[in-house]
Design a protein. Sequence first.
Length: 164
Amino acid sequence: MKELRDLYDKNSNKTDKTYYKGDKIPNGYYPMVVMVVIRNSNGEFLMQKRSKSKGGDWGVTGGHPKSGETPIEGIITEVKEELGLDFSNEEFILYDSGCDGKDCYKMYFVNKDIDINDITIQEEELSEVRWFSMDELKHMAKIGELNENQIACFNKVRNYLENK
């Protein structure tokens, strides 16, 4: 069964329009993408590696909220589906949002110490989950394992935390 999702306007306001995953999105409307950067008390960031069938690249936890879900509810659903963790009582800090002409997005940050052994990955989506230091992430960008947008995501979190 296809997943129903809500559509947003260029100002990230939810509209009364919806679409099914995979369908063409009408002009002037945008899907919502939500992501969460999880940082532990050692200053490391949790990254997940997509399964080969999903491209095999590294990224943060995220996805598209289902129709009727708020962005926060959507990210809680994504964390539960992809990592098997309950984040319903976590304090999500919104550190970036907008509409880039393709998607509307909300990027959240959470401080949380998680034992990798407590994670149950969704195997059709992910192949691996690891903690990375900022230096390791920068090295991954240098060798092409991460792109500039991904590094910018972590730099925005660092800047947010430093200016708090």
